[in-house]
Design a binder for this molecule. Structure first.
Ligand code: MRU
Length: 349
């Protein structure tokens, strides 16, 4: 049992663990206004693709509860506007759009019912999506743990644990399942500049799971691989194109190239909701550009000369050729991904 959760619904509000404050402080935000959910997603109080999806659904439910009308058409129009606002929170993780699409379809399918009934459905749906995310991650982890062997040294980038999801985690979930199956191994944790999701969050989660880890600067991965000290790489995804090209935290592509150069298997772990079947390849993935200050400053302290130009791309795209497999709740997808993913393409598209 892990005594924390990234996000949950509590009667009429959303509770979420403010990840900006970790590991120093475990503070839960209580949110009743959907605009605050947008702010929480934008500022990374909640982050990680699956968690962003759940937050979006819960934000939409909060927004629905706020709509003061009994007129069914007016309700639908105002709800659609709220979903459009939430959709602007962050551009890369497709789970955000997937979740909003799902709640909008639900609202439309029940548009003939009373406004109160649709509101109740939306609140229930958001909680269902949270529960489903945990089930999905447990299946994904069970499928992926076969990749992890006794004594391995596994490298990961960014944070993919319970914090980044509804519960259990994706790539960290795979490691967790392997550990729970009795395998003993250790983890190299990339610090993950500039916002240090590895240093702040992955170490925190691995510590709670009692899985041994060593934190490394991002630039150390090459040397460790050259020294033969990395056996496998596993990390998450924010959006996977139909051909397997994968957007994930900036620095992922570098790790993939390094792994390829050193003959180390490189795996992605993500739920099917992270696969964007509407785009053929990674060139179509919108990559978020965040404020330069996240690079030039560390916790408000300047680490570059005043006015230094900085580029802060939050994600990069790893070409499918560098990926040995994509661990999903449907099993491990193998190359060519266009074929292995195809049976899971949703029919409504
Ligand atoms: O900017 P973030 O912290 O939201 O980026 C998160 C990642 O890149 C994760 O690796 C990805 O969302 C998968 S989380 C299971």
């Amino acid at each position: 049992m892990i005594p924390y959760c990234s996000i949950c619904w509590d009667v009429d509000r959303v509770k979420l663990l403010d990840q900006r404050r970790l590991p120093a402080e475990e503070l839960y935000l209580e949110i009743k206004d959907y605009r605050e959910i947008i702010e929480a997603i934008r500022t990374l109080a909640i982050r990680g693709a699956p968690a962003i999806g759940v937050a979006a659904a819960m934000g939409a439910a909060l927004g629905a509860l706020d709509i003061e009308t009994q007129d069914k058409d007016e309700f639908q129009a105002r709800f659609a506007k709220i979903c459009q606002e939430i959709a602007k929170a962050r551009p890369t993780a497709v789970n955000l759009f997937w979740a909003l699409d799902r709640v909008q379809r639900l609202a439309q399918a029940h548009a003939h019912e009373s406004v109160a009934a649709v509101k109740e459905r939306l609140v229930n749906e958001a909680q269902t999506m949270l529960a489903e995310d945990e089930t999905t991650n447990r299946h994904l982890a069970a499928a992926g743990q076969v990749l992890i062997h006794e004594g391995q040294r596994v490298l990961t980038h960014c944070n993919t644990g319970a914090l980044a999801t509804g519960a259990y985690g994706t790539a960290l979930g795979v490691l967790r399942a392997a550990w729970e199956a009795g395998k003993r191994f250790s983890v190299w944790v990339d610090e993950t500049r500039p916002l240090l999701q590895g240093a702040r969050l992955t170490t925190w989660e691995l510590g709670k799971l009692k899985i041994p880890y060593t934190l490394i600067p991002d630039g150390a991965a090459a040397t460790l691989m050259h020294q033969g000290k990395v056996d496998l790489v596993i990390l998450g995804a924010d959006r996977i194109a139909a051909n397997g090209d994968t957007a994930n935290k900036i620095g992922t592509y570098s790790v993939a190239v390094l792994a390829h150069h050193h003959g180390i298997p490189f795996y992605v772990a993500a739920p099917m909701s992270t696969v964007d079947f509407a785009i053929p390849d990674g060139n179509h993935i919108p990559v978020e550009e965040r404020a330069a200050a996240e690079v030039t400053h560390l916790w408000g302290q300047a680490v570059a000369p005043a006015g230094a130009p900085a580029l802060n791309l939050a994600f990069d795209v790893t070409p499918f050729e560098l990926i040995a497999g994509i661990v999903t709740e449907k099993g491990i997808m193998e190359p060519p991904f266009t074929s292995s993913l195809k049976p899971y393409r949703p029919t409504q598209e």
